[in-house]
Design a protein around this ligand. Structure first.
Ligand code: HEM
Length: 149
């Protein structure tokens, strides 16, 4: 697929992934914490989940395909040898961290949060962490057009 088209898909999905999480952090999370009402978060997650997961999957596919177009194929990943490969490998590590937080939220926190508002601080930590990681992935992505780091 054409690199330009992959980049457009990547940027649209970055907008959905990072934007969706920033909206949660700045609009819904403060309200949920103030009123101790976990349903505000649970209802948002229910609506956002399919959009967010689709965006993340497309980010990975388009990102990996663009990495290949920069000749950063799988055998070079995690060597931290060249500037563009360093960005790609860092983004892949952050992706693994995102998946770890998502699994922890899904299987450890969310089932308990349904009946227990005392789990809100733990959920807040997961949401803020995933949001900050998303912003970092966006910022690191912008380094590629300047030759990497
Ligand atoms: C939350 C996940 C991610 C976000 C928010 C994100 C965001 C971005 C952004 C904003 C850019 C800048 C594009 C530009 O300068 O015009 C970018 C570029 C890039 N990203 Fe990602 N990205 C994510 C995940 C990934 C993953 C998993 C990979 C795979 C290794 C990847 C590989 C790339 C590559 C190769 C570019 C350079 C595209 C180019 O300028 O030609 N990204 N990303």
């Amino acid at each position: 697929m054409d690199h330009h088209l992959l980049l457009i898909i990547h940027l649209l999905c970055a907008a959905l992934w990072v934007g969706g999480h920033l909206l949660l952090v700045f609009a819904y999370l403060p309200q949920a914490l103030k009123t101790k009402d976990q349903n505000i978060i649970l209802n948002y997650e229910k609506k956002y989940e399919a959009i967010g997961m689709t965006a993340l999957v497309l980010l990975v596919i388009s990102g990996v395909l663009m990495a290949y177009k920069y000749n950063v194929s799988i055998e070079y990943w995690f060597h931290f040898d060249s500037p563009i490969e360093k960005v790609v490998s860092t983004k892949l590590l952050l992706l693994l961290l995102t998946v770890a937080f998502a699994l922890s939220a899904q299987f450890r926190v969310l089932p308990k949060l349904k009946n227990d508002p005392n789990k809100l601080p733990e959920m807040t930590f997961h949401i803020v962490a995933v949001t900050l990681i998303g912003v970092l992935m966006l910022v690191f992505g912008t380094f590629i057009r300047f030759g990497g780091f």
